[in-house]
Write a protein that binds this ligand. Structure first.
Ligand SMILES: Cc1cc2nc3c(=O)[nH]c(=O)nc-3n(C[C@H](O)[C@H](O)[C@H](O)COP(=O)(O)O)c2cc1C
Length: 344
């Protein structure tokens, strides 16, 4: 209530990125204040034994996590814990710090409960973020999402080394690591969703090696079924611990209510939110068909209500993540999903 009636109207006066920066500042403050964290968990906390989950050796107090991209630099995981998230995914982090793409680069499409972003993997760099996270003690699993530095000149073996730097640093503090292969251009005109590129990447990272943290792979919502099946086969041969489905879309088909002119004027970027919910659920179903429950799937893409959360679980997701839904519904969304899932 507080978010929708008071905070959201204020935040929506700002452009999408400034609103996000304000939210991160408040989250940072909350992370560093015992009092603020207590107030947040008094308002938003809700736990019940029936919500607990265990996957790849980690205990999740509840299945609703924060998706990558909200806290790219790991400044607010404690605040996210107080808001009732069952796990947080920091990043994407990259080997080199990056300012990302020129602004404006984040846009709201409220008619469709969606966002378009072309942030371009802006982050402080793996070393700075991992050093910050070293000093944080959390009661929920900490995921770190890694990607290749957004620099077209880093290609071939250098691109693989770039990923490896982030992977090895993340391995020192994360409870699990997500390899984001659905990031744009590697400079060679292909993404790491190309089968041979993914194979080379996993050969470099060696997720199956002893002492590696459970390693997940994150797919784009745009991956066709056949290509996905091929990618999953590769992942399975490297003992990947689970899958995150899905990342944003380059398509615009799911936008049913936003003004056409506005969509055109925004230009390129990844579409998230309600507009990708159905396709993301479909991709989760395809993965579930292939892996037959052998590994957990984190379902993400357009979860903005308990009903949307159930659709992901029914399709085969074991854990959930939220980003865009929280922009429109506020942190109370996490509590309402948990109450709906609770067998109280
Ligand atoms: C502004 C913004 C930035 C994002 N940055 C990242 C990122 O750095 N790495 C990543 O793997 N996903 C990133 N995502 C994708 C989300 O993690 C998520 O997969 C996607 O938005 C679908 O979920 P949603 O509809 O709940 O937002 C970003 C999404 C948004 C909206």
């Amino acid at each position: 209530m507080f978010y929708k009636s008071l905070l959201k109207p204020l935040l929506f006066q700002l452009n999408a990125e400034s609103a996000h920066e304000a939210a991160i500042k408040v989250s940072d403050l909350t992370s560093n204040s015992t009092l603020f964290r207590k107030i947040a968990s008094d308002i938003y906390g809700f736990e019940h034994p029936s919500l607990e989950r265990e996957f790849f050796g980690l205990k999740f107090p509840n299945p609703v996590g924060l998706a990558a991209g909200f806290d790219k630099n790991g400044v607010a995981p404690k605040a996210m814990q107080s808001l009732g998230f069952g796990f947080v995914e920091i990043g994407s982090i990259t080997a080199k710090p990056s300012n990302g793409n020129p602004k404006p680069r984040a846009f709201r499409l409220p008619e469709d409960h969606s966002l378009i972003n072309r942030m371009g993997l802006n982050n402080e760099g793996a070393e700075a973020v991992v050093n910050r996270l070293k000093n944080i003690r959390l009661d929920i699993p900490l995921g770190i999402n890694i990607a290749k530095t957004n620099d077209m000149t880093i290609e071939g073996d250098d691109a693989l080394r770039d990923y490896l730097i982030s992977y090895e640093l993340a391995n020192t503090v994360a409870d699990y690591i997500t390899v984001n292969i659905s990031c744009p251009n590697t400079g060679e005109g292909k993404t790491f969703e190309d089968p041979s590129a993914l194979k080379e990447l996993l050969e470099t990272l060696k997720p199956q090696k002893e002492n590696r943290k459970p390693t997940l792979v994150k797919f784009s919502v745009d991956t066709p079924r056949e290509a996905l099946t091929e990618l999953l086969e590769i992942c399975e041969s490297f003992e990947i611990a689970g899958y995150v489905a899905t990342n944003t879309s380059s398509g615009r088909d799911g936008l049913l209510h936003s003004p056409k002119q506005k969509i055109i004027s925004i230009g390129n970027g990844g579409l998230s939110g309600r507009a990708i919910a159905d396709q993301s659920t479909k991709v989760i179903g395809w993965i579930a068909d292939v892996i037959q429950g052998s590994k957990p799937i984190i379902g993400v893409g357009g979860i903005d209500s308990p009903k949307a959360a159930w659709e992901k679980l029914d399709a085969g997701a074991d854990l959930l993540q939220v980003y865009t839904g929280m922009v429109y519904e506020g942190p109370g969304l996490i509590q309402s999903i948990k109450k709906e899932l609770c067998d109280c």
